[in-house]
Design a protein around this ligand. Structure first.
Ligand SMILES: Cc1cc2nc3c(=O)[nH]c(=O)nc-3n(C[C@H](O)[C@H](O)[C@H](O)COP(=O)(O)OP(=O)(O)OC[C@H]3O[C@@H](n4cnc5c(N)ncnc54)[C@H](O)[C@@H]3O)c2cc1C
Length: 566
């Protein structure tokens, strides 16, 4: 069923997630479920919808003049400027559902005019100066894993690809327990470097503590400017909690923030860079907290609750227990738990019967999974406390193996999107932060909107939690409307976002705002705050060359509550 990307330079090779050689075959139970509940036919499975196997050929040449291209080559060297069709298209899209469907349809989308790969900070300074003088848009480019249309070059211009050269650890400071790293380094290279950093001061090596699901194909710089969250964020924090110092090149000059652990010297400018999503400047260096790498100390636990309310109550009590935090902690709602147990072959079998007799019924029961890292004694204490809370809320202890399995496969699920889209099934995600008070409303309100579109699956989990609230992550799976794929998706997405906001959630918790969430951003921030953000933009980037065209609603005055359209 899965399509190999036989020809290398096809549209499909750009829209395919991750490792080009990784083909994730959905297991038989999952295929059966999709066929039954999503009304997918054998014909749908046999004939892939919009497979996009054509080779990339653009009919829009680069808008840059020969003299401009020559100037760019003089700054970064001739091997670091690319105007080939394939690279221009690859650098004009991220991995948002919108981007992927636009590629499948070979829709006419805005394109960058050149891809430029700076070798070092001086090159970044030179390129920004050139673009500012010529008023050419400049879009910083990391791993391309943006799911919020953060890279769409609405006004054309140059994609500044930081991954080719600016991808190294500059130093590890063991005294300060920090690492300084260039922005274009991918997650695995960074983590491997830290894990293997062994000296007389440290026999363990270090860990970066940040493991988003996109870890393998996203960069340190991208994590920081989009304010990402990794799967262990409940313990280690979000990426903005890890930033100590940084260097940020803007059209107006360089901002350098030293790695003070804290200061009271005015507002914290690190929090303007974090979340700036390429609109203010280019992050060229960042100093981040690191942790001792002690995988043998990791301990796992999982529980089954009778219902969502019980799981949420336990999650909140753990987060507010003041005894230390698990690093990974997530609860899945009844629909997600049900599909998880079905895929594992539990549903309908003898174990299911026993569970039902005990009151843990399919359609109501919820899974909680967690793990601790770091010091072993602290981990034991946290696990003991978590067990007591979970027991109090009527759960059944399931042990460690489900969590170990989750760790092993945690980066694989995104590969399934291609298979589903081939079968005319849309799958996308939205995520939000909400207070504990609003969480039940947001969960129910969004599910109601998704479920109103029949047939639809709506799986929800809370996987990044805080003392005062949590994140909810919605995976919605619905049928594609052939012929109307783009508008239909944008309308559907808008209705889901409206349900989040109307019920008290934020437009995003960790994916960032990009262009996809921009229409909700001004309402969310308020007029005065928006004015402040626009003033910062005008000060640092007076010619609006940095990632222009919608991101963060800085230069966008579209319809309220309606998805951004080109
Ligand atoms: C399958 C999948 C799973 C995901 N899971 C998670 C998850 O678990 N947690 C999470 O937080 N996110 C997740 N994401 C979203 C995405 O991975 C993050 O937003 C990530 O931080 C983006 O990093 P990147 O290097 O890919 O940046 P890109 O996508 O290349 O860029 C994102 C934005 O940052 C800007 N930018 C990039 N580098 C710089 C720089 N050096 N200076 C200034 N601006 C820059 C770009 O212009 C763009 O606006 C997921 C995405 C996918 C596709």
């Amino acid at each position: 069923m899965s399509i190999e990307t036989e020809k290398k330079k096809t549209y499909r090779s750009i829209l395919k997630w991750g490792d080009p050689n990784h083909i994730e075959e959905p297991n038989k139970r999952l295929v059966g479920y999709v066929k039954k509940y999503m009304a997918v036919t054998d014909e749908d499975i046999k004939t892939p919808h919009l497979p996009a196997l054509d080779e990339v050929k653009l009919d829009t040449p680069s808008a840059l003049s020969a003299a401009d291209l020559e100037s760019l080559k003089n700054i970064v060297g001739k091997d670091n400027v690319d105007i080939s069709d394939y690279e221009r298209l690859r650098h004009s899209v991220g991995y948002s559902y919108y981007d992927v469907i636009a590629l499948r349809k070979k829709a006419k989308i805005p394109l960058v005019d050149a891809v430029v790969c700076p070798r070092h900070e001086a090159d970044v300074v030179g390129i920004i100066k050139f673009c500012d003088e010529k008023k050419i848009p400049l879009i910083p480019f990391g791993g391309r894993s943006s799911v919020v249309r953060g890279l769409d070059p609405i006004k054309g211009g140059i994609s500044l690809d930081l991954t080719k050269h600016m991808n190294k650890v500059i130093k590890v400071n063991e005294t300060n327990k920090s690492a300084t790293v260039q922005p274009g380094m991918f997650g695995p290279a960074y983590e491997d470097y830290l894990n293997n950093y062994k000296t007389e001061n440290s026999s363990t090596g270090y860990s970066c503590g940040h493991f988003p699901q996109s870890f393998e194909y996203s960069t340190v710089g991208g994590w920081v400017v989009t304010k990402g969250a990794g799967s262990l964020s409940t313990g280690y924090g979000k990426i903005e909690d890890m930033v100590l110092g940084l260097k940020f090149v803007t059209p107006k000059g360089i901002i350098e923030i030293k790695d003070y652990p804290r200061t009271a010297a005015g507002p914290d400018l690190r929090h303007i860079v974090a979340g700036s999503e390429g609109t203010l400047g280019v992050l060229t260096e960042v100093t981040l907290k690191v942790w001792k790498f002690r995988p043998d100390n990791r301990s796992y636990f999982s529980f089954l609750f009778k219902n969502w309310e019980g799981a949420v109550a336990a999650l909140r009590e753990i987060m507010q227990g003041e005894f230390g935090l698990p690093h990974m902690l997530r609860i899945s709602d009844p629909e997600e738990s049900g599909i998880g147990l079905m895929v594992e072959g539990i549903t309908g079998g003898p174990i299911d019967k026993v569970l039902s007799l005990l009151g843990y019924k399919d359609g109501q029961r919820c899974i909680l999974m967690g793990s601790t890292e770091g010091d072993k004694d602290t981990g034991c204490l946290i696990k003991k406390k978590v067990k007591a809370i979970a027991k109090k809320h009527g759960s059944l202890y399931l042990g460690a193996s489900a969590v170990r399995g989750w760790y092993r496969h945690r980066y694989n699920d995104p590969y399934l999107r291609e298979n589903l889209m081939d079968m005319k099934v849309m799958t996308d995600t939205v995520e939000t932060a909400c207070s504990w008070e609003n969480l039940p409303k947001v969960w129910a309100g969004v599910r109601q909107v998704v479920k109103a579109r029949k047939p639809s699956v709506c799986m929800v989990h809370a996987s990044h939690s805080y003392e005062n609230g949590s994140m909810l992550y919605f995976i919605f799976i619905s049928k594609i409307k052939p012929g109307d794929e783009i508008d239909d998706y944008l309308n559907y997405h808008s209705s889901i976002l409206n349900a989040i906001i109307d019920n008290g959630g934020s437009p995003t918790h960790h994916h960032g705002t990009g262009r996809l969430m921009a229409p909700w951003f001004e309402d969310f921030s308020g007029k005065t705050a928006m004015g402040l953000l626009r003033a910062i933009k005008a000060e640092l980037d007076p010619n609006n060359i940095m990632n222009p065209g919608g991101t963060l609603a800085l230069d966008f005055k579209g319809d309220k509550k309606k998805s951004f359209r080109i």
